[in-house]
Each structure stands twice: as C-alpha cells, then as structure tokens.
Design a protein around this ligand. Structure first.
Ligand code: UDP
Ligand code: MG
Length: 205
C-alpha cells in the first residue's frame, strides 16, 4: 500500500555494500530524525552478489520508510541513481553514496538552503580523506578535462551527492538519454543552484 508522500526521498545506489548499508541507514535515520523530517530511503541494488539485498530486505521489514529497487545485473552507478529518482516521491530528493563518504549530517543544511530558494544544492569536496594519490590525481584531472571539453559548466570536484527539488527531478525524468551523466545533466538544466562545501570522508569499508 502506498504510504503518505514523504517530504524527503533519499536515493542510495548500492553495489556490494554489505559492510556499509546498515551503518549508512543508521546514520541517515539519525541525521533526519533529529530534524523531525518525514522521509523515505530508496536503496537501488545495482546487481550486488554479496548479502546486500538480504540486509536491505531486513531494513525494509523493520522500517517501512526503506524501499528496495533491485536490478537484474550491474548497470552502473548512474543508471542506479536514475532508477532511484524515478521511484522517488518527495518534495525534495537527496542522492547519497552508501559508503558514508558523503556525510548524511549535511542533508539538513542542504534543506535549509532549499528553504532559502535553492532548487539544486550540490556538495563540493574541498578535501578528500583516505583517497590514494592516484584517485585524487585522476579525479582532479577528470573534472578539469571535463571542464575544458564540455560547453556545459559543470562544477569542479562535485559528485552526485546533492539535493534536487521535485521540479528538477521531474525534468530529469523526462530526459531519457541512454548514456547518462547525472551531474552533467543537472548542470545543464538550469534552475537556481547553490553549493555547499564538505570534507569527503574515507569509505567506511
Ligand atoms: N555503485 C553502484 N554501481 C556500481 C558501482 C558503485 O551503484 O557499479 C554505488 C556504490 O555502492 C556507492 C556509490 O555507487 O554507493 C559510489 O560508488 P563508489 O564508492 O565505488 O565510488 P567512489 O566513491 O569511488 O566515487
Ligand atoms: Mg565511495
């Protein structure tokens, strides 16, 4: 039975996250309950072959705000995010990774910015903890090369951790590009966009 529409949908793509998914759920729940927000957590299983799905099903059984979308195989992070956006019902939607590299405690701050008129709030990594020199170097190179090649101005060092207003999600849902780069699409569509800075944590497992 469809429950009442939540204010916030949290979209989490997961691929073999058996070691992180429960901790992620606890931290998101804590961060949101402190603000007394109504929410749903949409976990998109992108073809995991560990015990991620069993763990998510258990979460669904103890908390009906948790929803599972499960793919038949691994389709990739960007497709998983897109499926989560398609399922989301909230007035605002936040995309977040399962490994807690994106701190859930930032979500209430993103919502404050939304209340002040931002329709997109993207999170910029001002520091990356625990990533190897290789990862930091290739990531920096990627964002800067993309900036040179793309006519769309895509913010440097911002991943998919972001808040989207319902209006923005509805527009994204109408863009059926097959080869999807969600953060590029979000930059392209316009709307009032604000940024928030954060320290990117280490993957917890
Ligand atoms: N992920 C996914 N499909 C994949 C690879 C990753 O859904 O094929 C998920 C993963 O479980 C995590 C998020 O996407 O929640 C980001 O992945 P990862 O932490 O590996 O990326 P990085 O932090 O290195 O950018
Ligand atoms: Mg990660």
């Amino acid at each position: 039975m469809a429950s009442e529409k939540p204010f916030l949908s949290v979209v989490v793509p997961v691929f073999n996250e058996e070691l992180t998914i429960e901790k992620m759920y606890e931290r998101v729940k804590k961060a949101l309950e402190e603000d007394a927000l109504t929410f749903e957590i949409i976990i998109v299983n992108d073809g995991s072959y560990d015990s991620t799905v069993e763990k998510v099903k258990r979460l669904c059984s103890i908390d009906n705000r948790v929803k599972l979308v499960s793919f038949s195989r691994n389709f990739g992070h960007q497709i998983a995010i897109s499926a989560g956006l398609d399922k989301s019902r909230g007035q605002v939607v936040v995309i977040i990774d399962a490994d807690l590299q994106d701190p859930p405690e930032l979500i209430p701050k993103m919502i404050k910015m939304w209340e002040n008129g931002c329709e997109v709030v993207y999170a910029v990594r001002k520091k990356r903890k625990g990533d190897s020199f290789f990862k930091r170097f290739t990531a920096a190179l990627f964002y800067r090369t993309l900036r040179i090649l793309s006519p769309v101005e895509i913010p440097l060092d911002a991943g998919d951790f972001r808040l989207l207003d319902r209006k923005v999600v509805d527009v994204l849902k109408r863009m059926r590009e097959r080869s999807r780069f969600v953060r590029g699409m979000v930059s392209w569509i316009g709307f009032r966009q604000g940024k928030i800075e954060y320290v990117r944590e280490k993957r917890i497992a």
